[in-house]
Ligand binder design. Structure first.
Ligand code: SF4
Ligand code: SF4
Length: 397
């Protein structure tokens, strides 16, 4: 396993994400504990020491589960990261409420929530703690002087309950810069130690990820990477793109290119991969056992390989949009199907097998265009527009 120094620590460059653990079939977000346990143990045994979770992952089960697995190891041998779900919290009339995916839960203040998280994770302190999903719509909550969530977390850091404070971000690049500048002027003594962003060779342009990487680097903030394979999109490319990569390095898998791309970025500290199978983790550990960054020529080859794919709708399947849909549509699934459908007529034909098994109410034509979903989307996707385009596309079939 490759490691990189971070302040006084030595972090494995491959980190274990705990948002996409194996699930029990037909039981929603319920974790398949036997399978997930084996994956996390394998990661630990093979040198992974950074484990990332969040309050809301797996319907709230992820923190409890990872706490249970890691408690078998000496506390100083792993680094645990979790997050406050401020993007799904509001403070109204002197009361905290959850919103979005967490709306059904009783509200918690940041301090109540923090206590709950320590208990769930079965730890006395967090090595890394993040504001979850900083974005334009979470600006008010995270920067409110009245709530003062960053001030509260810096207090916990002073008391030793947090070792390193950071944030994950899904905002545009200019908002990111504004937020860092805000934090530096509001807390000039000390503020964020790291930031987590969606970064991969496809999003370098699409999500302004390259700009965000440069901004963080300019501010001296190390980068933790999420979605290195863009939610599986960079695991399987088009046959043409795969052929291009195979020609250059016949023995390499397609995902290994995504990881080697990240190895070429010096300010990348940890690459979080949400590994759901032992095969994935075995392969990822092999890639991160050797420092083999892409060369400038290979970087050009990647650009060439993905050029035809850049027209995709950049959905990461986070599912933030689903909770408020009055039609109960599986929006990320429909977007993923739309991305397939618009590639070519063959894709549309094959998709017919899936569409044929779906009920009327599950199709994009059921969208009433209310727009509730788009307000929740960290990727700022025009979901109602996509549903309309998809409906029209299917009409042409
Ligand atoms: S716009 Fe369509 S997809 Fe979005 S919440 Fe409304 S009905 Fe659901
Ligand atoms: S459409 Fe947006 S909110 Fe919905 S799953 Fe995709 S990225 Fe997430």
């Amino acid at each position: 396993m490759l490691y990189k120094p971070f302040q006084d620590l030595n972090l494995s460059i491959l980190g274990m994400g705990n948002m996409r653990l194996p699930k029990v079939e037909g039981q929603g977000e319920k974790i398949d504990e036997a399978k997930a346990w084996a994956i996390i143990e394998y990661a630990y045994d093979h040198g992974v020491n950074y484990f990332d979770t969040a309050y809301r992952y797996h319907g709230g089960e992820s923190e409890t589960f990872i706490g249970k697995v890691l408690s078998q190891y000496p506390r100083s041998s792993f680094y645990l990261a979790t997050k406050i779900p401020g993007q799904m919290m509001e403070y109204k009339d002197g009361k905290y409420n959850f919103t979005g995916l967490l709306a059904a839960r009783p509200g918690r203040s940041p301090s109540e929530l923090f206590e709950e998280q320590l208990e769930k994770c079965a730890v006395d302190y967090f090595d890394f703690y993040l504001l979850h999903c900083f974005c334009e719509s979470a600006w008010d909550f995270y920067t409110s002087e009245e709530i003062n969530v960053v001030g509260f977390l810096l207090e916990q850091k002073k008391k030793g309950y947090i070792r390193h404070l950071g944030f994950s971000a899904h905002c545009r690049a200019d908002t990111l810069d504004k937020f860092i500048n805000w934090s530096k002027s509001r807390f000039p003594e000390e503020c964020f130690d790291f930031a987590q962003i969606q970064l991969n060779y496809m999003d370098w342009t699409l999500q302004e990820a390259g700009k965000k990487y440069d901004i963080l680097t300019g501010h001296g903030i190390p980068v933790m990477v999420m979605e290195p394979c863009r939610c599986g999109r960079l695991v399987r490319l088009s046959p043409e793109a795969e052929a291009l990569l195979k020609k250059a390095r016949p023995n390499d898998s397609v995902p290994s290119w995504a990881f080697r791309f990240l190895q070429s970025l010096p300010n990348v500290q940890v690459v979080l991969s949400g590994m759901s199978t032992l095969e994935q983790i075995t392969e990822n550990i092999a890639v991160f056992s050797k420092n083999d960054p892409v060369t400038p020529e290979e970087r050009q080859l990647l650009d060439e390989a993905i050029k035809p794919l850049l027209n995709l709708v950049p959905c990461t399947a986070c599912r933030y949009c689903c909770e408020g849909c009055p039609q109960n549509l599986d929006i990320p699934k429909l977007i993923s199907m739309y991305n397939d459908a618009k590639q070519d007529s063959f894709s549309l034909l094959v998709l017919g097998f899936t569409l044929g098994g779906m009920k009327e109410a599950e199709l994009p034509s059921s969208c009433i265009g209310c727009g509730a979903c788009a307000k929740q989307c960290p990727q700022e996707i025009d979901i109602p527009g996509i549903m309309q385009n998809f409906t029209e596309l299917l009409g042409k079939k």
